[in-house]
Design a protein around this ligand. Structure first.
Ligand code: F6R
Length: 226
């Protein structure tokens, strides 16, 4: 068996479908099937996308499905979860760069339909407000892809008792700066701020596809489900 499915309704009446897969390749295929299925049923759908290692396999499979002529992205619109502040889009650690490398260069989503918060915006407040307004004007996100940090963070929203709902400027915690330093030449190069969709903007998505892989995510997944 490739994956075990468990379906239930949580206390907030959300329908949860939990797929426990035997390995990362199976997770990636399952996730790609769910996203490409959405695009095939609703060609002008709104996809919410994430960076990080978790969705990379799924993006590879989506590119394959596009090459095989199975999925067409010509009417799709995308919104990414987050971006570092003050990193130019062509910096190889920017999320703009990541998305181009792993997905956008390999599918036919029109450039004008791609949205990623601009970490270099002069007026960050306005950038955040405009970002949420653009999501609302597009009709809301049909399926939001997420990863999760081993401490339970989503986007740049760290675990907390109260969350900021909308897209906002985040001052990165020292622990996040230290954790992300491995991707940069030195800790000093890690941006200190980021723009992130808030938990409210994320939970407003009609569907959420959260991809978690590896034993270090087990506690966060258990706590999320509970
Ligand atoms: C990605 C993002 C992050 C990651 C999380 C998990 O846009 O905002 O919250 O989803 O850090 O990262 P990986 O997938 O590398 O374990």
């Amino acid at each position: 068996m490739q994956s075990n499915a468990i379906h239930f309704t949580n206390q907030k009446n959300h329908n949860i479908h939990l797929y426990v897969c035997k390995d990362y390749d199976t997770i990636s295929k399952k996730a790609a099937g769910l996203v490409s299925g959405m695009v095939n049923v609703k060609p002008d759908c709104i996809l919410g996308l994430a960076t990080g290692s978790s969705p990379i396999g799924m993006y590879e499979k989506l590119a394959e499905l596009y090459r095989d002529g199975i999925t067409d992205y010509s009417k799709v619109t995308t919104f990414n979860l987050d971006e570092y502040c003050a990193l130019p889009e062509d910096n190889d650690q920017s999320y703009h760069y990541f998305m181009r490398e792993h997905l956008f260069a390999h599918i036919n989503v029109p450039a004008e339909n791609i949205h990623i918060p601009s970490g270099c915006a002069q007026d960050v407040e306005t950038e955040c407000r405009n970002y949420d307004a653009a999501i609302a004007a597009a009709g809301g996100i049909d399926i939001q892809v997420l990863g999760i940090g081993s401490n339970g963070h989503i986007g740049f929203n760290e675990p907390a008792d109260a969350f900021i709902g909308s897209t906002h400027l985040v001052k990165l915690k020292d622990s996040t700066i230290k954790a992300n330093a491995r991707f940069f030449q030195s800790e000093a190069d890690v941006p200190r701020q980021a723009i992130s969709m808030g938990i409210g903007s994320i939970m407003a998505a009609k569907k959420i596809l959260l991809i978690a892989h590896g034993a270090n995510k087990a506690k966060a997944i258990a706590a999320t489900l509970e």
